[in-house]
Design a protein around this ligand. Structure first.
Ligand SMILES: Nc1ncnc2c1ncn2[C@@H]1O[C@H](COP(=O)(O)OP(=O)(O)O)[C@@H](O)[C@H]1O
Ligand SMILES: [Mg+2]
Length: 443
């Protein structure tokens, strides 16, 4: 058997170095040299192993450090987001219960415990069935509600209803499945909101509304009666004064005639005022219905003008009407449109000095008919424009006096235009005339 075949290459090299072989025993000198070499080799190996062990030791300690650092940071993050979730739950105004897919309670807040008077113990137990059992003592028709809880948890739907509590409180219950982004069903969250105050407020509001409605009906009724009561004697006063003025049999003195004129004029003014006030009140009470129909502008303007021609004559102001034939009719209440035009045209005449002019025009403006009443009169200061459409607002004229009138015309006009679904605008400057523009849907 050849020993060299089994000899480790390192040993063969050492043998060769001292000039010996594995086949025969070496002499003493070589033997010593060989032992010295072998001893050095062992020492080298020891040194290597030591270095290796140290480096393994160092890297494993580093790894451990890294791991611990990572773990600490992850734990901190987790604790932080847990605290945020907890605080969020607690700051909600709703009672909240979150259960997982196996119906163990994942989260529950104090608000729920308060609302349903559930004990600290039950909350701490996180036992859904125990929490439900305690909650049920507060609930009217507990058996039916218990059944709905089972139904809710067996389903993946959203539930929304109201629970009646024994002490009269009303709780809104909203329950939704919790689904993770990957589609896994993770459980269910249910919100409980005390809506007792809300409900009471609503009922009070409804009661107040009904009372207001009744008051408004009473007011309308009163107005309907009043308009008759007020107008009848006024018409009699005016009519009788007119009759006396026409009387030829028994002549009356000049002074008596002046008095009668005064009675008739004041009567007419008072009647106009009463009509405006009642109209405005009726609109405010929402009792004014429009009879909408296609109204031809030329006709409406013509009709409004009839009553104004004497005034225009008297004031020495010319009126021109410019309405192209092609202008479509407006969708309007014939009488009310006439009233709108009358108000704007009478103002234009009233606030234009002798020699001036008033122009009424109409044109198609897309969906709407645009009607403009322009005058060359005294104009309106910019600062006064916003007050114009308010009831009882009359501006002081440049001459310093208040115009005769009620200050109701424009307030009424604006409301009438509104009721038609239209708009009214004014453009003016002191001393350079005024243009009112009304837009009403085309019919
Ligand atoms: N075309 C106009 N030019 C100048 N001022 C006007 C014109 N139309 C209205 N006003 C001003 O607006 C005020 C309110 O008008 P209105 O509501 O019709 O009331 P009234 O005609 O009864 O005074 C008028 O008193 C007047 O000062
Ligand atoms: Mg007026």
């Amino acid at each position: 058997m050849s020993a060299s075949g089994d000899t480790h290459p390192l040993l063969s090299r050492l043998l060769r170095k001292v000039g010996a072989s594995a086949a025969e025993a070496p002499d003493l000198q070589r033997w010593r040299a060989l032992l010295a070499l072998v001893a050095r080799t062992y020492q080298d190996a020891d040194q290597d192993r030591y270095t290796l062990e140290r480096s393994i030791d160092i890297s494993s300690r580093e790894m451990q450090g890294l791991y611990q650092d990572l773990k600490r940071r992850t734990d901190e993050k987790l604790a932080e987001s847990h605290a945020v979730l907890r605080a969020t739950l607690e700051s909600a105004s709703e009672g909240i219960i979150v259960v997982d897919a196996t119906r163990s309670v994942v989260a529950i807040n104090r608000r729920y415990a308060e609302m349903m008077r559930v004990s600290e113990d039950a909350i701490a137990s996180r036992d859904h069935h125990r929490i439900i059992a305690e909650s049920m003592t507060q609930i009217v028709d507990a058996e039916a509600v218990r059944a709905t809880i089972e139904e809710i948890h067996a389903s993946r739907d959203v539930f929304h209803d109201e629970l009646e509590l024994r002490d009269g409180r009303l709780v809104d219950r909203y329950s939704a499945p919790v689904t993770l982004p990957d589609g896994t069903h993770a459980g269910r969250v249910t919100f409980f909101r005390d809506i007792t105050a809300e409900r009471t407020a609503n009922q009070e509001l409804r009661a107040a509304w009904a009372a207001a409605e009744a008051a408004s009906t009473a007011k309308s009724l009163f107005l309907a009666n009043m308009s008759h009561e007020l107008r009848t004697p006024l018409n009699a006063v005016i009519g009788l004064a007119d009759l006396l003025l026409l009387e030829t049999g028994d002549p009356i003195t000049k002074r008596q005639r002046e008095y009668l004129d005064g009675i008739a004029q004041s009567g007419r003014h008072l009647l106009a005022l009463v009509n405006d006030v009642l109209d405005l009140a009726k609109i405010e009470a929402g009792k004014h219905d429009l009879a909408l129909e296609p109204v031809v502008l030329q006709d409406a303007i013509e009709e409004a003008l009839t009553g104004l021609v004497p005034l225009a004559h008297h004031r020495g102001v010319s009126i021109s009407v410019q309405v192209p034939r092609a202008v479509r009719p407006a969708r309007a209440d014939r009488l009310r449109l006439r009233q709108i035009l009358y108000n704007l045209m009478s103002n234009a005449l009233k606030f234009t000095d002798r020699g001036g002019s008033v122009t009424v025009s109409a044109r198609d403006d897309g969906e709407q008919i645009r009607i403009a009443v322009a005058d060359t009169g005294i104009g309106i200061a910019e600062a006064d424009l916003p007050r114009l459409f308010q009831a009882f607002e009359q501006l002081v004229t440049p001459s310093g006096d208040r115009p005769t009138g009620t200050g109701l015309g424009l307030a009424l006009t604006r409301r009438l235009v509104d009721m038609h679904g239209g708009t009214i605008e004014v453009e003016s400057a002191l001393g350079s005339g005024t243009t009112f523009t009304v837009r009403i849907p085309a019919g």
